[in-house]
Design a protein around this ligand. Structure first.
Ligand SMILES: Cc1cc2nc3c(=O)[nH]c(=O)nc-3n(C[C@H](O)[C@H](O)[C@H](O)COP(=O)(O)OP(=O)(O)OC[C@H]3O[C@@H](n4cnc5c(N)ncnc54)[C@H](O)[C@@H]3O)c2cc1C
Length: 320
C-alpha cells in the first residue's frame, strides 16, 4: 500500500515547483494513512532524484524509456497505470496543472478510480475519505467523498505549502510496456517569452486600460524590473495587442503565481477564473469601483500611465 506521487519534469529536465507541493502533500497524506510515500518520474530528468527525499518521499520509481521523452497523455497514462498496479498504490496524487489535468481523468477512467480534481487540503480520513476541493472558479468549496478502493487526487497549485526535512529517497528503476503512440507529434512550435507564463512566480498583466499595443513598453519595463512574465486579458489578445498565449482567464490560461499584478483590467469573473489562485493580487486601476479591487490584496487607484513608471523606478531603486 502506498501513496504514489506523479513528479512533473519541465522541458529543461528540472522538477516543477508544483511537483514539490505535491510531494509534500503526498508525503503528509501517506503519513496520515500509515503507508509509504513513493514518487514516479517518467520524463528525462537532470536533477538528483534522491534529494527529493527531503520532501518526505521514501522511494522514487524512475522509468527511463525514449517513448516518454515528450509528454503524451495517452502514453503517460498507460505507464502510470502499470506502475500504480505493480506498486499497489492506494492513492495517486497529481498537481492540477496542465499535465495533471490531462492525466488524472484518463487514469481515473482506466483504473476505475474515484478522482477529486482541484483539491485544496489533505483529505479527512476519520470517516471515509473526504477531499475538499475548490469549485465555481474558486468562489466556493465542496467536500467530495471517494468510495473506490483506488483514489486519485489532483492538488491545485499554490494551495499547499512546500515543507522540507532531511530525508533521502531511494531511486528504483521501473519497467513499463509502452506501445507505439496512436498520436504522433509531427512538429512543436514553442512560444518564446523571457519568463514562461505557466511556471512564473511573478506575473504582470495588462488589460484594455492600456489603450493600445504601443503602450506595452511600460509593462515590459515593469516585468523586466521584477523578472516577471507578461499576461493579458482576453480582449487584449482578441484585438491582437498581445499574443494569445498571454491570455489568462476562463478561456485562456489558468495561473497561480505568487504575485499577480493587474494593470488596467476591470476584474470580470471570466478573468478572475484564471488568476484567483494567485497568492497575492495587486490591482492598478483608475476606477475605485472596478470589481478587481474586491479580489485584490493590495490596490492602487490611479492612472496606470503615471503609476506604472513610478513603480518600475521604485523597484529598480530597491534592487539597486
Ligand atoms: C464566455 C466568456 C469567456 C471569457 N473569458 C475571458 C478570459 O478568459 N479572460 C478575460 O480576461 N476575459 C474573458 N472574458 C471577457 C470578460 O468578460 C471581460 O470582458 C474582460 O475580461 C475585460 O477585459 P479588461 O478588463 O481588459 O477590459 P475592460 O473591462 O474594458 O476594463 C478596462 C479597465 O481598465 C481601467 N482603466 C482604463 N484606463 C485606465 C488608466 N489610464 N489607468 C488605470 N486603469 C484604467 C478601467 O477602469 C477598467 O476597469 C470572457 C467573456 C465571456 C462571455
Amino acid at each position: 500500500m502506498s501513496v504514489l506521487i506523479f513528479i512533473d519534469i519541465n522541458e529543461e529536465g528540472a522538477v516543477k515547483k508544483t511537483s514539490l507541493e505535491v510531494l509534500t502533500y503526498g508525503a503528509r497524506l501517506a503519513q496520515q494513512l500509515g503507508v509509504a510515500a513513493e514518487g514516479l518520474v517518467l520524463a528525462p530528468v537532470k536533477e538528483e532524484l534522491q534529494a527529493l527525499g527531503k520532501y518526505g518521499v521514501q522511494k522514487i520509481h524512475q522509468v527511463q524509456n525514449d517513448a516518454l521523452a515528450h509528454f503524451d497523455a495517452q502514453v503517460y497514462t498507460k505507464a502510470i497505470a502499470q506502475v500504480a498496479e505493480k506498486t499497489g498504490a492506494t492513492v495517486i496524487v497529481f498537481s492540477n496543472n496542465t499535465d495533471g489535468k490531462a492525466l488524472a481523468p484518463r487514469l481515473s477512467a482506466r483504473l476505475k478510480a474515484g478522482l477529486v480534481s482541484g483539491a485544496v487540503a489533505l483529505p479527512e480520513t476519520n470517516e471515509g475519505f473526504v477531499v475538499k476541493k475548490s469549485v465555481f472558479s474558486g468562489k466556493a468549496f465542496a467536500d467530495v467523498k471517494i468510495d473506490t478502493p483506488l483514489k486519485i487526487i489532483s492538488l491545485n497549485p499554490n494551495s499547499f505549502n512546500i515543507e522540507t526535512g532531511d530525508g533521502t529517497a531511494t531511486v528504483v528503476p521501473a519497467e513499463v510496456n509502452i506501445e507505439v503512440p496512436r498520436v504522433k507529434v509531427v512538429s512543436v512550435s514553442r512560444q518564446s517569452s523571457e519568463v514562461p507564463l505557466a511556471e512564473a512566480a511573478l506575473v504582470v498583466s495588462g488589460g484594455r486600460g492600456m489603450k493600445g499595443p504601443e503602450n506595452w513598453g511600460i509593462l515590459e519595463d515593469l516585468a523586466k524590473a521584477l523578472n516577471a512574465a507578461l499576461a493579458c486579458s482576453r480582449p487584449v489578445a482578441d484585438a491582437h495587442w498581445r499574443p494569445h498565449n498571454e491570455h489568462v482567464g476562463q478561456t485562456g490560461g489558468a495561473i497561480a503565481p505568487n504575485l499577480y499584478l493587474a494593470v488596467g483590467i476591470s476584474g470580470a469573473i471570466q478573468h478572475l477564473a484564471g488568476v484567483n489562485r494567485s497568492k497575492v493580487i495587486v490591482v492598478i486601476n483608475k476606477d475605485p469601483e472596478a470589481p478587481f479591487f474586491k479580489a485584490a490584496d493590495y490596490g492602487i487607484v490611479g492612472d496606470l500611465f503615471e503609476v506604472v513608471p513610478k513603480l518600475t523606478e521604485a523597484i529598480k531603486q530597491l534592487k539597486g
